[in-house]
Design a protein. Structure first.
Length: 136
């Protein structure tokens, strides 16, 4: 039988084998934070702790919840302003067909477009901040 000499499983490591263990105690709140990071980053908690301790330049731990909440809020505001812009455009088209288009409509439309543009810039900044935090 050929299988007698075959090794089953992962090959043994020659170098870099982790033989030392450090036991650390966390408060319930700290442990919940680590579990949240685990879910948010998709990493094992040992990898999170190892990277945070050993790779000083890597800013792995950041407040992902607040960044994601910011992005979510900006997305909602973008949706609202987009809806307002569409409603104003429809209303302006109706008034234009009746030859009674008011400058007030143009003013409101312009304000909504400006607001929409500012929200897009804010969203862009939040995304860049998140990318910087993850890549640093």
């Amino acid at each position: 039988m050929e299988g007698k000499n075959k090794q089953i499983g992962r090959p043994h490591m020659k170098t870099g084998k982790r033989t030392r263990k450090i036991t650390v105690r966390f408060s319930e709140e700290e442990f919940c934070s680590i579990l949240s990071l685990e879910r948010l980053l998709g990493l094992k908690r040992t990898d999170i702790i190892r990277k945070r301790v050993l790779e000083v330049n890597l800013q792995l731990v950041f407040d992902g919840r607040s960044v994601l909440a910011s992005i979510d809020q900006i997305g909602l505001e973008l949706s609202r302003t987009g809806n307002n812009i569409n409603q104003l455009a429809r209303y302006a088209n109706i008034l234009n067909k009746q030859h009674v288009l008011s400058p007030v409509i143009f003013s409101r439309y312009s304000k909504e477009l400006d607001k929409h543009s500012l929200l897009l810039q804010k969203l862009n900044l939040e995304i860049k901040k998140m990318i910087r935090m993850m890549g640093s």
